[in-house]
Design a protein around this ligand. Sequence first.
Ligand code: MLT
Ligand code: ZN
Length: 462
Amino acid sequence: MLPAPFIAAVQQLIGAKRLLAEAADLQRYGVDRTTIWQPAPSAIALPGSVEEVQQLVLLANQYDVAVVPSGGRTGLSGGAVAKNGELVIALDRLNEVIEFNPIDRSVTVGAGMVTEALQNFAEQHGLYYPVDFASAGSSQIGGNIATNAGGIKVIRYGMTRDWVLGLKVVTGAGELLELNRGLLKNNTGYDLRHLFIGSEGTLGLICEATIKLARPPVDLAVLVLGVNDFPSIMTVLEKYTAAMDLTAFEFFSEAALCRVTEHTGLARPFESQAPFYALLEFEQGGDQLDTAMALFEQCLEAELVSDGVVSQSLSQAANLWKLREDISETLWHYKPYKNDISVKVSKMPDFILEVDALVAERYPSFEVVWYGHIGDGNLHLNILKPAELALEQFVAQCSSVSSEVSELVERYQGSISAEHGVGLLKKPYLKHSKSSEEIALMRAIRRSFDPKGILNPGKLFD
Ligand code: MLT
Ligand code: ZN
């Protein structure tokens, strides 16, 4: 329950109709894409300006109200879940382009702008925003920055962090900070912008962002290969990355492909089956297409791959991409337990064998679906819930296996969360990726930005 004077002050500030408390709103805004936690916020505030966000945070401090920042709620780790009567501050209305500068090749947008809208804006101006993933149609820029979202083009373009030139944020204490002023070069001590990127709503609310844009890629082609086993995927990756600049190198298992084709009605890439599939994307200009086909021949001869198809049109390329991109949405129907782990690409061949053996032993009767950004050293390991098993029991069982996977990740000096963030889901495993000294410093940083601890309590660490 929120204190009555707080509610009155918020209504006065943003208007009564911008403070939502209907059951359907609480349900919608109180949860992300996870299915584990029950949403239970007290209310949803929809501020219309940076000043209103700042005033809301000051009020929350005054009345000791916990706040959950909210973007498109497409997160997969529970980072935007509000389950304890919090006030959700949703940035949906801050969704405009504020300034575009073609000379700087940068655009400043409100945090509530949907990723796809930014991609379209860039395209209309002959430019390109390269951070892309299946949820681009509903995720918001602020949320992407708060989680340092990755996606399907990281091998060429990096993560969200690499595209943020500046941020306007309201800290947990209610200060308004303008970080890095959209500059490309700025060596003036600590770069607080980078602390906010990936902070999962624990340091402040991201209100505006200045984003760098790129030259658009030209004439992209998609190649899908049937790969004979896990280690062969890495050999294929090595061969292609040594010879070409790829814009993507993704993989998925036959189990993932079966589920997607069943669910979407999409055609398989080719008739034959393989245990794994690699999806490569590249600009086909110059001799790139010839190089890609020559490497394919070599891989066939070396018995690394068994079959392949290269796109002949944009629509065929898009359909091949859908085989990979629709996996996540398809698997939601099976309430998957999600792992998002990474190691250095050079360590991947050994790591994959160990993690595969561990999972096969510990999940003898569950369906394990593999896919991910293997070119970045990032595996998505999804465990599907058997229909007859209660959710709680399923999660408990998967959590205990996750501890073992996390120990393995630690041994390989990898990450327990490559791109989805820590949120609530990975909190118990953070110690496997960060030392206790590092976590102590993170706590101290959090306290400096949010001394009363009102922002996203319980997320990232307690
Ligand atoms: C993906 O790679 O498809 C996304 O990270 C979403 C997911 O893992 O489910
Ligand atoms: Zn992913």
